[in-house]
Design a protein around this ligand. Structure first.
Ligand code: ATP
Ligand code: MG
Ligand code: MG
Ligand code: MG
Length: 470
């Protein structure tokens, strides 16, 4: 029962339309009026005002296919079978309308009757003490109780600080067909990528005070998220999300451009998958109006692009090539996102500029970094001087995370305290220079809160160009 990715997308949305949902278009990757989030990372994120009651939803049942970016998964990309920094999340949402009693049987109906997944390969996890969910799964669907496992807060309770929160139930597919007798074996097989999580149903039933006290909400909500690429991996019976129809086209095109064959060498394959993923993310971000910069979203974009360029080098590419991948991305995604066609020229141009800029310094930067590393290793050190990492950042355009990733391969760590100090000094010098000459636009407002992984360094950083201005 092979299904194309576009067919899965359509079948999900029309299934939930048949259950009274309003189909809405994907929202932009850029959050609106939400300072807590750098980029949209889940289907529910742009719908928050409807969940909190700040805005009236157009209908109390909504279904979407939402573009998402999760930079937190960047380390996993290309290495696990299931993580991209860009992915599409299918979802159905209830704003104080239906609840567990409806959503659990619908989810089961969709995967077993519409997608026709074999029931003996499905597993369900629920939150430890969510007996209500257990009773619904066992009485309103025909899943075997031996395929239901209870997990703790980390996996099956959805909570961000204070506010609406609640338990969730997740659905998993036994890709490798391993034998699973108990919850421990289930967890091990999941960690090994043999069992793949594909759908999270969140029951927002509490208002939490952030300290472990919960009050039951009068009108609880439903928020679900199913990874489109993961479901396509299952339906197309391929190894990972890079081998599904629409992504494989991009991957194969990249192989042609860089002159490599996929599936010959594990290390090359990781680089090929990383380039595939990152160019997709960068194209989608540019399409939604994000521009490369040294802060916030723009920094995420720059970091992804430069990481892709670096993996191009690893594969032996000397000249700019990422811009050539844009056409492949547009071809694969134009059906779902027609605006890509309109903006293709612009996206190609922006990537070319950015790639050129990095290419001019990457070779020198790599040589210098190699010297730094050799020196540290020969001196028996495990720490790379933070000032050196800053120099690479400031003069050669190496995002800190890129340097960290490269030195990690030699067992080194960047001295973050020194790095931050060098950054702070640079900032102060830049500010002084600006005051004297008002050379940088004075209306350049430090835009963002930055996500946790970046905030130590880049929060409020307000330089717009990489080259030092002092
Ligand atoms: P995992 O444990 O595999 O990292 P998750 O628990 O972080 O996934 P959720 O936050 O529950 O994922 O998101 C809902 C669904 O979105 C997941 O079940 C999965 O299908 C999909 N998804 C999440 N992260 C990614 C990603 N990085 N790439 C592709 N799909 C993803
Ligand atoms: Mg995750
Ligand atoms: Mg998970
Ligand atoms: Mg999950």
């Amino acid at each position: 029962n092979y299904m194309k990715t576009s067919e899965i997308r359509e079948s999900y949305l029309s299934f939930f339309e048949s259950k009274g949902h309003l189909r809405m278009k994907s929202f932009s990757l850029v959050p609106k009026n939400d300072k807590s989030l750098l980029l949209i990372n889940a289907g529910m994120a742009p719908l928050k005002p409807y969940f909190t009651g700040v805005e009236e939803p157009p209908r109390r049942r909504v279904t979407t296919c939402q573009k998402c970016i999760r930079t937190g998964d960047i380390e996993n990309v290309g290495k696990t079978s299931r993580h991209g920094t860009f992915f599409e999340m299918l979802g159905n949402f209830s704003f104080g309308d239906y609840f567990k009693n409806e959503v659990i049987p619908w989810a089961w109906e969709y995967i077993t009757e519409v997608l026709k997944l074999p029931k003996d390969k499905l597993f369900v996890t629920i939150y430890l003490d969510d007996d209500e969910a257990y009773d619904i799964w066992t009485s309103k669907t025909d899943i075997k109780p031996s395929q239901i496992f209870r997990l703790g807060k980390e996996d099956n309770f959805w909570e961000h600080g204070s506010g609406p929160c609640g338990p969730c139930t997740e659905i998993h597919y036994n890709k490798a067909g391993v034998k699973v007798n108990n919850v421990d074996e289930f967890v091990i097989a999941s960690d090994n990528d043999e069992i793949i999580e594909f759908w999270n149903l969140v029951f927002t039933q509490f208002d939490g005070d952030g300290e472990g006290n919960y009050e039951r909400l009068a009108n609880p909500n439903i928020d679900t998220g199913m990874g489109l690429e993961r479901m396509a991996t299952i339906m197309q019976n391929v190894d990972n999300i890079f081998e599904i129809d629409i992504v494989r086209n991009i991957l194969d095109g990249i192989c042609k451009i860089v002159g490599k064959e996929y599936g010959k060498n594990d290390k090359d394959d990781v680089s090929l998958r990383i380039i595939t993923d990152h160019v997709k993310s960068v194209s989608m971000m540019l399409c939604d109006g994000i521009q490369p910069s040294n802060e916030g979203r723009g920094y995420v974009l720059r970091r992804l692009l430069r990481r892709a360029a670096r993996h191009g080098r690893v594969l032996g590419m000397k000249d700019e090539f990422l811009y050539k991948v844009v056409d492949l991305v547009v071809e694969s995604y134009k059906e779902g996102y027609p605006e890509l066609v309109e903006k293709a020229d612009y996206i190609r141009k922006m990537i070319t500029i950015e790639e050129k800029k990095f290419n001019e310094t990457i070779d020198t930067g790599m040589d210098i970094l190699k010297d730094y590393m050799d020196k540290a290793v020969s001196e028996g050190k495990t720490i790379l001087d933070g000032k050196d990492a800053f120099k690479l950042y400031d003069t050669y355009g190496f995002p800190l995370e890129l340097t960290e990733e490269i030195v990690e391969e030699k067992g080194l760590k960047v001295d973050m305290e020194q790095f931050n100090k060098a950054m702070q000094e640079q900032r102060e010098r830049a500010r002084g220079a600006r005051e004297k000459t008002s050379y940088m636009g004075a209306d350049e407002v430090p835009m963002n809160k930055v996500d946790a992984s970046l905030s130590t360094v880049f929060d409020g950083y307000d330089k717009t160009e990489l080259t030092s201005i002092v």
